[in-house]
Design a protein around this ligand. Structure first.
Ligand code: NAD
Length: 494
């Protein structure tokens, strides 16, 4: 059994390179517990509006120096952060598991994934450049510059609390912006844990400020302050809508990674052994609390029986429990309210004709778990498009099966959602796979692949799943402004 490591950071806001102890241990602290056991991890001081404003002021001050540092040197700080994260992989992963609940191997994978963004944007920093454009009038030229936008406000969720932060922090800092980062209320510790690692890697004070706190308090301050020029949120579509409205009076740039409702289409010629393996891995990843997880499984009616049999065997074999224990496939949900929510969706589907065809409640026999935070991996057959299990994001380890007869029908139903984050298609005929993948309205499509996300590629949703992209060449552009200087062209006097 692994344990949560001793903290190398303080459970308090990190502003101008120091812990803001004043708000800590006051009445306004947020209690962080291990969701698997209910054990108290920390009381984290929330940043109030004044602390957030001080953080913005400090970031604006630090911005003047940070943007003057050569891009290659800024990149070195990020690359050293990547190396430091990897060298401390075990303790960071144990903290992540204790705070978020995901099994340790998944947490260690998230540390690698986060490090890959520090490495990628550390390299991208030096590739930001402008261009000289010929002027249509004689003796003049245009200089097109890419400039850091200013202070960036970064807001992240609890499901990948390290990686979602890393994507934003690394891109913003590589672009020459400074940033104020608000982690989710359920998972502030892993964000605070990053502060000393960045400082040791050479990040000057004030370049990254971390302000744990309530979205309803921190969000409006970030949205209203004119020094904040970019707001980057990963969270639910409802939060995206409210942040967009709050940012409108200040005409701020927005980068939004929001909710999803990913279809997973199984073509008639799919290899069901591969499908079962990858679908169960995808749905058990962070217990289904993933924006890109498969939310609606469209299976051809002729293959549904075989799929159910295979899924039932895999679900029965899953080991569920405390992610710090050995050999765990699925951990708890983030809190009791999340379990209640998922239970309600399954119950509604069953009342409307859905059938539970597989379920694993083995965690009920495991001592020491906070049982209220666990939800049994479940397969529900006979799901209809209109049920909330299909029309809304589930955020739990539930596999809803929707059967189809024709391919156009499957594609139309897959696209009949306001969301467009991820989609999956499984089969063997490459031409058909390509055609279906192109017809799906999603920011990313995995073809016979359950986790296509990497630092090298842009990831972002279409429709109500978001605006902009993280990763790839595109990620850094979210934090850059294009400016033009039109000036006389210097020439040699003759
Ligand atoms: P959430 O929207 O409730 O919270 C996300 C963050 O926004 C948190 O830090 C929260 O405190 C903050 N917040 C809440 N209200 C705010 C406000 N008014 N102003 C500013 N900030 C505010 O989402 P969650 O429950 O933490 O995460 C789950 C959601 O995130 C799901 O919908 C999931 O699909 C989505 N998500 C999307 C991606 C993606 O890349 N597209 C990745 C992970 C999660």
């Amino acid at each position: 059994m692994k344990t949560c490591p001793p903290f190398w950071f303080e459970p308090a806001p990190w502003v101008d390179g120091a812990w803001r102890q004043a708000s800590h241990r006051g009445s306004d602290a947020c209690t962080v517990r291990n969701p698997a056991t209910g054990a108290l991890l920390a009381e984290v001081g929330r940043a109030d509006a004044g602390t957030v404003t001080a953080a913005i002021e400090g970031a604006a001050r630090a911005g003047r120096g940070w943007r003057e540092i050569p891009a290659a040197a800024r990149g070195e700080v990020l690359k050293r952060t990547a190396a430091a994260l990897l060298s401390r992989r075990d303790e960071v992963a144990r903290l992540l598991t204790a705070e978020q609940g995901k099994p340790y191997p998944q947490a260690a994978g998230e540390v690698d994934y986060a490090a890959s963004f520090f490495q990628w944007f550390g390299e991208e920093a030096r590739r930001v450049h402008g261009r000289i454009v010929p002027h249509p009038e004689p003796g003049r030229e245009f200089l097109v510059e890419q400039c850091p936008a200013g202070v960036a406000g970064l807001i992240t969720p609890w499901n990948f609390p390290l990686a979602q932060g890393a994507k934003k922090v690394a891109a913003a800092l590589a672009a020459g912006c400074t940033a104020v980062w608000k982690p989710a209320e359920a998972t502030p510790l892993i964000a605070l844990a990053l502060a000393p690692i960045l400082a040791e890697a050479g990040l000057p004070p004030g370049v990254l400020q971390i302000v744990p706190g309530k979205g309803s308090v921190v969000g409006p301050v970030l949205a209203a302050d004119p020094r904040v020029r970019v707001l980057s949120l990963t969270g639910s579509t409802a939060t995206g809508i409210s942040l967009m409205a709050a940012a409108a009076p200040g005409i701020k740039r927005l980068s939004l990674e929001l909710g999803g409702n990913a279809p997973f289409i199984i073509l008639p010629d799919a290899d069901l052994e591969l499908v079962t393996d990858q679908l169960v891995r995808l749905k058990m990843f962070v217990s289904g609390q993933v924006c890109v997880t498969a939310n609606r499984i469209f299976v051809h009616a002729d293959r549904e029986g075989e799929l159910i049999e295979r899924l039932a065997a895999r679900i029965a074999a899953l080991r569920i429990g405390d992610g710090l224990a050995e050999g765990i496939d699925a951990g708890p949900l983030i809190h009791t309210a999340a379990c209640r929510d998922v239970r309600g969706r399954v119950a509604e589907a069953v009342a409307a004709g859905g059938r539970i065809v597989a379920e694993n409640r083995s965690f009920e026999d495991v001592p020491g778990l906070d049982q209220q935070n666990f939800f049994p991996p479940t397969v529900v057959a006979g799901v209809e498009d209109s049920m909330r299990l299909a029309s809304e994001e589930i955020f739990g380890p539930v596999i809803p099966l929707l059967s189809y007869r024709t391919l156009p029908e499957a594609v139309d139903r897959a696209n009949a959602t306001p969301y467009g984050l991820a989609a999956y298609v499984y089969g063997t005929d490459l031409a058909r796979l390509r055609a279906v993948a192109s017809a799906l309205e999603a920011g990313i499509v995995g073809v016979n692949e359950w986790r296509p996300l990497k630092a090298e590629i842009p990831f972002g949703g279409v429709k109500q799943s978001g605006i902009g992209a993280e990763g790839g060449e595109e990620g850094i552009r979210e934090f850059l402004e294009t400016r033009v200087i039109s000036m006389p062209k210097p020439g040699v006097e003759r």
